[in-house]
Design a protein around this ligand. Structure first.
Ligand SMILES: [Zn+2]
Ligand SMILES: [Zn+2]
Length: 262
């Protein structure tokens, strides 16, 4: 099986099951068929340490960006993001986007400004965007359109929104990525979306260390569990899990075109 975990936070994964060994955790993912992982940045403060952690691992690429959940982080400029994205392991800008689940829309001008900065950076360096969107469907699509995000393209990561929003994102050339949430008992609507998204627009991810899939729900997540996401969607769509793994892997390399060479 050839699986790719298109979104994980390797610098936050719990290593207690591996005696603290990062290499042992990656080896166990490899043993489960995970051939590549995209380690996603959430702030610039932790970016240098994240790069250092994965530096010797050609099976890991990275992104650079500042997450919409934390207001108190260093606020990036377009120039800063472009410069940091020039690192040879970097394949994307993000994660960025809007999250109105924790903060009121009215008090989130800073999120929208930060989001625009990331889109401008992605267009400037021609790297795809990793979009985090929660309870902010209209603003997310509107800003993507206004800033011409279709020039850079990207992925709606850990997608939990409606089929209508998935369609709007795909019209802008974006991919839709599904996480372990698709395995949760109460995620009927999301499974419905996962049946409808054309397979050539689909990615899979763990978002580890968060959102471990069933039957590991509530435990620390890690890249090796991305196979559970693949199995669940393959079963829904009535196709072989190997086929789903291969197609989503190829989709990943089609979007993150520089990932093969890291
Ligand atoms: Zn996210
Ligand atoms: Zn994430």
């Amino acid at each position: 099986m050839h699986l790719v975990d298109s979104h994980c936070h390797l610098d936050r994964v719990d290593l207690s099951a591996y005696d603290g060994s990062f290499d042992a955790m990656l080896a166990s993912a490899k043993a489960e068929g995970i051939e590549h992982m995209l380690c996603v940045s959430i702030d610039l403060e932790s970016y240098p340490a994240m790069l250092k952690l994965v530096d010797d691992h050609p099976e890991v690429s990275v992104s650079v960006g500042v997450h919409p959940n934390d207001h108190d982080r260093h606020e990036p400029t377009v120039e800063e993001l472009v410069e940091l994205a020039a690192h040879p392991k970097n394949v994307a800008i993000g994660e960025t986007g809007l999250d109105y689940f924790r903060s009121e829309r009215e008090s989130c001008d800073w999120q929208r400004e930060r989001f625009r900065t990331h889109i401008r950076a992605a267009n400037a360096c021609q790297k795809p965007l990793i979009i985090h969107t929660r309870d902010a469907r209209e603003d997310t699509i509107r800003i993507l359109q206004e800033e011409h995000a279709e020039e850079a393209g990207g992925v709606m990561h850990c997608f939990t929104e409606t089929w209508e929003m998935a369609q709007q994102a795909m019209e802008l050339g974006f991919y839709i990525s599904f996480s372990g949430i698709v395995t949760f008992k109460n995620a009927e609507e999301l499974r419905d979306v996962a049946m409808k998204v054309p397979i050539e627009r689909m990615l899979i991810e763990t978002d580890s260390p968060y959102l471990a899939p069933t039957p590991y729900r509530g435990k620390p997540n890690e890249p090796k569990y991305v196979g559970r996401v693949a199995e669940t969607i393959a079963e829904l769509r009535g196709i072989d899990v190997d086929e789903l793994a291969t197609i989503t892997r190829d989709n990943f390399y089609n979007l993150f075109t520089t990932a093969r060479a890291v």
